[in-house]
Write a protein that binds this ligand. Structure first.
Ligand code: KG4
Ligand code: ZN
Length: 348
């Protein structure tokens, strides 16, 4: 156990300042400072506000993680950081901090891909990843279907959203329904009282030529517009809006397509393990329907606990530790932050 590398991971790609510490597959600390409350009144993340919040939170969050883990910075074997994709200014804060730490401590630095880290984090919860694993990543910033033969250096994109991310659609529909930001958890809660077949909302890219051309891609923008139109028509006619039914029917449209394509991808690529991550993985209906469809298809499903599904530093530390263990060479100290880093670039 003590031979396993002690790695600190920094995550600042969006509105969470995450600092995690792992030893091999063991999670020792997961400290997160979120600026989500500062963005709430804007109904979405404001990049400049997020960058400043990262600057203020960085040092205290690193200190909190070390205290939680009971380790000193001098004990670290490596530092890992999200190099992209994400908000440029926010990424820069994490990358600069990681470089400073690696230089001062004279340890190797690993600049890693945010999406790869979302996949890797499950090793601290459920042990080594089967190779290959299929990963469905759904959050406010991404909706990706990934074939992962080796999370340290071979991640292949099978599909992604062509417009809004799944979480973004939840947040926008919540706004239409007068629910607070971020809307996902509120829709999840309200939908429990609603009828998921009350309204037949569209499933994007699931039939005809759309499906042929976008086999494993997603689209939620048309769905979002359709919900908004439905609600406005209702308001104009003076009838009350059945919020719970709209929430449940909208949610069903999202999770139906997410799970249908994820299971189809597993079948088509002969993969028997599906990992679901990202903030939307906390959705109770997504988990239930995914479990049902995986069971029917003989696929094992893995979902990290909610705190590890949302953005955090532990996921970056986990991927860094896997890279150290696999003997992958470190990144250069002048590594750039890349806001649009392709998912295939697991390490910079
Ligand atoms: O991974 P995350 O914390 O941050 C990034 O966007 O990267 O994900 C946040 C997103 C938000 O859009 C939020 O509404 C959504 O995840 N979310 C949910 C639930 N919990 C969080 N969406 C649906 N159901 C939930 N229970
Ligand atoms: Zn994320």
């Amino acid at each position: 156990m003590s031979d396993a590398p002690l790695v600190l991971g920094l995550e600042t790609s969006c509105d969470e300042t995450g600092v995690g510490i792992v030893r091999g597959h063991t999670l020792l600390a997961d400290a997160v400072a979120s600026s989500v409350d500062e963005h709430a009144r804007f109904g979405g993340v404001v990049p400049e506000v997020a960058s400043r919040a990262h600057l203020e939170a960085m040092v205290p969050t690193v200190e909190r993680a070390c205290t939680q883990a009971g380790v000193r910075l001098q004990d670290l074997d490596a530092v890992a950081v999200t190099a992209g994709p994400g908000l440029a200014g926010s990424l820069l804060v994490g990358v600069a901090a990681a470089k400073a730490l690696a230089l001062a401590l004279d340890v190797p630095l690993y600049g890693v891909n945010h999406l790869g880290a979302h996949v890797a984090v499950d090793v601290v919860e459920h042990g080594p990843l089967p190779e290959p694993t299929m990963a469905l990543l759904v959050s406010g910033g991404h909706s990706n279907l990934l074939l992962v033969p080796d999370v340290t250096h071979d991640i292949r994109s099978l599909g992604a959203t062509v417009d809004d991310a799944a979480g973004e659609a939840f947040d926008k529909v919540a706004r239409v329904l007068g629910l607070p930001f971020p809307g996902g958890p509120h829709i999840d809660r309200v939908a429990r009282e609603g009828d998921r077949v009350a309204i037949d909302f569209p499933r994007g890219l699931t039939s005809g030529r759309d499906l042929q051309r976008h086999r494993f891609d997603y689209s939620f923008s048309g769905l979002k517009t359709s919900v908004a139109r439905w609600v406005h028509a209702r308001e104009e006619s003076g009838d009350p809006v059945p919020v719970a039914d709209v929430a449940a029917s909208f949610q069903e449209a999202v999770v139906d397509v997410l799970t249908r394509k994820a299971v189809a991808a597993c079948r088509e690529h002969d993969v028997h393990d599906l990992l679901i991550g990202g903030g939307v993985a906390a959705n109770t209906r997504l988990r239930a329907l995914a479990q049902e469809r995986c069971d029917a298809a003989g696929i094992r499903m893995r979902v990290p606990r909610p705190g590890l599904c949302t953005d955090n530093g532990a996921m970056v530390a986990a991927l860094g530790a896997l890279m150290v263990t696999a003997g992958r060479p470190p990144s250069r100290l002048d590594l750039p932050a890349d806001s649009s880093q392709p998912v295939e670039v697991v390490q910079v």
